[in-house]
Design a protein around this ligand. Structure first.
Ligand code: TMP
Length: 204
């Protein structure tokens, strides 16, 4: 079972994963949490290059390719072997982030982005993708408040994040069987309960 969490800035994705993993482990599942970009030594090094605030000159195509380089590594080194062993892999972001941020956000050609993503993933698609959906202004406000990592991808203009959110919502419409939308504007506990419920349901 391969589960991915997606969402715009400040959706709270990252804070929901550790308690979710603990809950599933208590239920006896073997769960492997990870994140993108990163999750491997090579991927974490690429993450630093992409997110470094110094790299202001980075072109969107460079950015798109770097995300795919990190992704190809995590797919082969982590996702495929763990899934083959029957583990539940939960990833904080996966290729839908590229479609949302580089495709919709940076307005790169969607067909080209999709084919790059397919190349990077070797066609590995999640069984379940949860969109933690939150209003753009609210999400950015939360992110500033909670002192989370502030990186180059957080320095885009507001319209960029609006396009990202629209992109996610369009992807949900195209593949409603893979996606579940959770309203991340609710209280944190309610979001956590909903995540637990829907993942357990899917595992059945
Ligand atoms: P996060 O770890 O705080 O979610 O930060 C990751 C940032 O990287 C976030 O702004 C989204 C961005 N991102 C992309 O733009 N494309 C991608 O393919 C991935 C995985 C992340």
């Amino acid at each position: 079972m391969f589960i991915t969490l997606e969402g715009p800035e400040g959706s709270g994705k990252t804070s929901h994963i550790p308690p979710l993993v603990e809950y599933l482990r208590e239920k006896g599942y073997t769960v492997f949490p990870t994140r993108e970009p990163g999750g491997t030594s090579i991927g974490e090094q690429i993450r630093e290059v992409i997110h470094d605030l110094k790299n202001v000159e980075m072109h969107p195509r460079t950015e798109t390719l770097l995300y795919q380089a990190a992704r190809a590594q995590i797919v082969e080194q982590v996702f495929k072997p763990r899934l083959q062993m029957g583990e539940i892999v939960i990833s904080d972001r996966y290729y839908d982030s590229t479609i949302a941020y580089q495709g919709y956000g940076h307005q790169q050609d969607l067909e080209q982005v999709r084919s790059l993503v397919k190349y990077a993933t070797g066609g590995l698609v999640p069984n379940l993708t949860v969109l933690l959906d939150v209003d753009v202004e609210e999400g950015l406000g939360r992110k500033k408040q909670n002192g989370a990592e502030w990186n180059r991808m957080d320095a885009q203009d507001i319209e960029f994040y609006r396009r990202v959110r629209i992109g996610y919502l369009e992807m949900v419409k195209v593949e409603p069987n893979r996606w579940v939308v959770v309203d991340a504007g609710q209280a944190w506990d309610e979001v956590q309960e909903e995540l637990k419920r829907l993942i357990v349901e899917k595992l059945k």
